[in-house]
Design a binder for this molecule. Structure first.
Ligand SMILES: NC(=O)C1=CN([C@@H]2O[C@H](COP(=O)(O)OP(=O)(O)OC[C@H]3O[C@@H](n4cnc5c(N)ncnc54)[C@H](OP(=O)(O)O)[C@@H]3O)[C@@H](O)[C@H]2O)C=CC1
Ligand SMILES: O=C(O)CCC(=O)C(=O)O
Ligand SMILES: [Mg+2]
Length: 418
């Protein structure tokens, strides 16, 4: 199709998806990217340089990414005109080209536009937010044994209070809703009805099961020992509690899990390797202490949207901070890779922040394409740069005897260590 402000690269072809959701990847795939607000201007070009260097080194010119810029956030206002935060053709391009990567996008607090990140996830039905958390040797960490933190978060990405269904205190809508809750639903527990805002928390069986299904399949494919459902089901029984029940139900119905000692924990054998996979659950507040005190007991995590948001930043801190934490948003067909962190506005344009989070998101993208040799080189380059203590400010301030480099300098150090 023709695009208004997106320039198609002169060379390169489209990635396509087969009926079984596998990909056909040409040697020169067109990959759309959103630069991102704030520090997007710093980290996105560095990510591209690192990826290009890894692909060139791994495949000697046979393969290459054809980058195609698409727009969202502040830059899209500049390109498309004021108040155009997420142009329709940006969504169209991600749908058409199937695999894309983005920098962070700003969401104002307490008013203004709703999150563009959430809008992208909802509109493209990217229902899995996949955030692996692993330790790179030599990275400074507040833990004594950070290498014991090795978890992969499957965060439900389309539902929950995070979907942003809410009404402002004092609005006509909130008055109508509170009136309905009090007079037709018998609700007596709204403490200050005159001044309350109200948010709605939808959690469904369909949404839960598709997320837990992907997480369990991953547990099998990666030969992991356990999947933990993290919820606050003691308090929010029909949303978070139901998430837990539906998760166990799915493990039993579709993966043949059997209860251990009368349940609710259950287990089944990995059909590929024969290894026992335990499916368990933890209440979210207790989980946040467990990940610090007993991280080795957790492997794959499946959780609701808001819990997953908190847990991913907390776990990132254990292995070096959100400057190091990658992620992907996945539907059955489309993949949009992005860092865990936000736009860190105070550092914008200063060539200072750590680009590793976005670079490791690109590393996940290369594996998604099946370009594992290039992905391995990124891991090697990053590990080498950290081992040589050539690091950005966030790691430098926690390390003894390190050499502090800029964002672009860190990118160069990664390339030099490939
Ligand atoms: N997916 C997305 O696009 C996301 C967008 N956001 C949005 O980003 C904006 C800012 O959010 P905020 O809460 O400040 O969170 P941020 O993640 O942007 O930044 C918080 C702090 O984390 C550290 N940090 C973040 N990124 C890096 C990096 N690359 N390298 C090193 N350190 C880093 C910095 O810590 P220090 O000050 O200690 O150096 C920074 O001040 C908001 O509008 C928010 O909605 C937030 C999260 C995700
Ligand atoms: O959309 C936003 O602004 C914040 C998103 C976020 O914190 C996350 O996805 O981890
Ligand atoms: Mg977050």
């Amino acid at each position: 199709m023709g695009y208004q402000n997106i320039t198609l690269p002169e060379q390169g072809g489209k990635i396509t998806v087969n009926a079984d959701h596998s990909l056909n990847v040409p040697d020169q795939p067109i990959v759309p990217f959103i630069e991102g607000d704030g520090i997007g201007v710093d980290i996105t070009p560095v990510m591209r340089d690192v990826v290009d260097a890894a692909v060139e080194k791994a495949f000697g010119g046979k393969r290459k990414i054809s980058w195609m810029e698409i727009y969202a956030g502040e830059k899209s206002n500049a390109v498309y005109g004021e108040n155009t935060w997420l142009p329709a053709e940006t969504m169209e391009a991600i749908r058409e080209f199937v695999v894309a990567i983005k920098g962070p996008l700003t969401t104002p607090v307490g008013g203004g536009i709703r999150s563009l990140n959430v809008a992208l996830r909802q509109d493209l039905d990217l229902y899995v937010c996949l955030r692996p958390v692993r330790y790179y040797q030599g990275t400074p960490s507040p833990l004594k044994e950070p290498e014991k933190t090795d978890m992969v978060i499957f965060r439900e990405n389309s539902e929950d209070i995070y979907a942003g269904i809410e009404w402002e205190s004092g609005s006509a809508e909130v008055k109508k809703l509170i009136d309905f809750l009090q007079n037709e639903m018998g609700v007596t527990k709204i403490r200050f009805p005159e001044t309350s805002g109200i948010g709605i928390k939808p959690v469904s069986e369909d949404g839960t099961k598709r997320l837990v299904r992907r997480a369990l399949q991953y547990t099998i494919d990666q030969d992991r020992a356990s999947l933990t459902l993290v919820h606050k089901g003691n308090i929010m029984k029909f949303t978070e509690g139901a998430f837990k029940s539906w998760g166990y139900e799915l493990a039993k119905e579709e993966f043949g899990a059997k209860e251990i000692d009368g349940g609710p924990w259950c287990s089944f054998k990995n059909p590929d390797t024969g290894r026992e996979i335990v499916v368990k659950d933890v209440i979210a507040d207790a989980f946040l202490q467990q990940i610090l005190l007993r991280p080795a007991e957790y492997s794959v995590i499946a959780t609701l949207n808001l819990n997953g948001d908190y847990i991913s930043d907390a776990l990132a801190a254990q292995v070096g901070g959100i400057g190091m934490a990658p992620g992907a948003n996945l539907s059955d067909t489309v993949a949009l890779f992005e860092a865990t962190h936000g736009t860190a506005p105070k550092y914008a344009g200063k060539d200072q922040v750590n680009p590793a989070s976005l670079i490791l998101s690109a590393e996940m993208m290369l594996r998604h394409l099946g370009w594992n040799d290039a992905a391995d080189l990124i891991v090697k380059g990053l590990s080498g740069a950290i081992a040589a203590k050539t690091v950005t400010y966030d790691l430098d301030r926690l390390m003894e005897g390190a050499t502090k480099v800029s964002c672009s300098g860190f990118g160069k150090a990664i390339i030099n260590n490939m």
